[in-house]
Design a protein around this ligand. Sequence first.
Ligand SMILES: CC(C)(COP(=O)(O)OP(=O)(O)OC[C@H]1O[C@@H](n2cnc3c(N)ncnc32)[C@H](O)[C@@H]1OP(=O)(O)O)[C@@H](O)C(=O)NCCC(=O)NCCS
Length: 345
Amino acid sequence: MSLDVQRFDRAITDPAIHQAFNRFDNLVRADEDPTFPARRLDETAAILSEPPSHIDRSRWLVFDGAAVVGATQLDRDREDAANLHVGWCEVDVIPEFRRRGIGRRLTERVGVAAADSGRTVVMAETSSLVPAGEAFAVALGAEPGLAAETSELRIDAIDLPLMEVWIEQGRLKEDRFRLFWVDGPWPEALRPEVLSLTRVMNDAPLGDLDVNDQQLTVATLISFEDELRSRRIDRMTAVVEQRATGRLVGFTQVFINPSFPDLLQQGDTGVFPEFRGTGLGKWLKAAMVRRITGERPEIMRIRTENATANAPMLAINHAMGFTLHHTNTVWQIASQQLARTWRSD
Ligand SMILES: CC(C)(COP(=O)(O)OP(=O)(O)OC[C@H]1O[C@@H](n2cnc3c(N)ncnc32)[C@H](O)[C@@H]1OP(=O)(O)O)[C@@H](O)C(=O)NCCC(=O)NCCS
C-alpha cells in the first residue's frame, strides 16, 4: 500500500482536492449516519478554501492515488485567550482503509503539531454510531471528558398546542421583556451586547474537560459570520431583551444548511441565571419552532446536541418531543502523549 500523506496549513484551493475530499467526507459521514444527506461540493470547497480566520487549522490528507482515504485536522483558536492550551482534532478514515494504522499515523502528527504550537491538550468527539471511533480513542489512551447526546425531533411530532402555551406564557411577560429576531449576521451596533449575551453559554456543563470559560471576541463573531456566509448557511436568532435595562438576557439560535435542506440544526440556547425558571427559554424555543414551521415547510426534523448533564435544556427538549438519536463523547489527551502513543510499538 503506498499512501501519500500531505499537510496543508493554509487554504486548499485546488478544485481536484475539493472533489476528492467531498467524496471522502460523504463516505465517512454516510457510514456514521446514513440518514444524513451528502454535503454539497460547493460547501466542501468553501470549507477547504475559506477556513475560519480566528483559527489556525492544519490538515493532513491521506491520498491513495487521487482519492482521499483518510484525513485529520488540528484547530487552534487564536482568539480564545483562556484556552490557548487546547487543540481540537478530528480524524477520519474511510471504512475500507481502517485497521491499517492510518489513524495512528495521523494522530501522531496531530500530537506533534499540537505540542510544537504550545497546545498541551488535544480534544476530539466521537459518536456511538461509530464504535470504531470510541475504540480508537480508548486505544490512544485518551480520557472521556464529557458525555453528550444528540437528539432529533420530527416536525410532525412537535407538540404544537404546548408550543402555543409556552408562547402565550411568554407574552404575559411582554411588559418586562421583548422577544426580537436577528436573521443572519448580528448588526454591528449590537456586537458588544452579543459578546456579553453569549457568555451565558459558559454555564453549559463541560464535564471533566480541561477547558476554561470561552472568551469570544469581535474577531470571533466576525469569523463565524464569514464562515456561515461562505458556506451559505442561514442563521436565525431569537433574543429576549429586558425592557427596563436594555440588557439581552437570553437567546436561541438555529442554522439551515443548503447541503441538508430538510434538517434544522439547533444551536446554542441560553438564559442568564437570574432570569431562569420563568419560562423565557421555553418562550424562545417555542417562538422559533412556530417560525420554522410557518416559514420553512421543507424542514422535516430538528437536531440538537447537549451535555448529558444539562438537565434544564434536556427537560425543555424532551417536552418538545426530542428523542435520543445517539450519544457522543468528547475525549482529551495530553498532546505529548498523543505524539508518542504509537511510537513505542
Ligand atoms: C477512528 C478511526 C479514525 C480509526 O482509524 P484507523 O486507521 O482504522 O485506526 P488504526 O488502524 O490506526 O487503529 C489504531 C488502533 O485503534 C484501535 N481500534 C481502531 N479501530 C478499532 C475497532 N473498530 N475496534 C477496536 N479497536 C479499534 C486498535 O487498538 C488499533 O490498533 P490495532 O489495529 O493494532 O489493534 C476510524 O475508525 C474512523 O474514521 N472512524 C470514524 C470517525 C471517528 O470516529 N473519528 C474519531 C473521532 S474524531
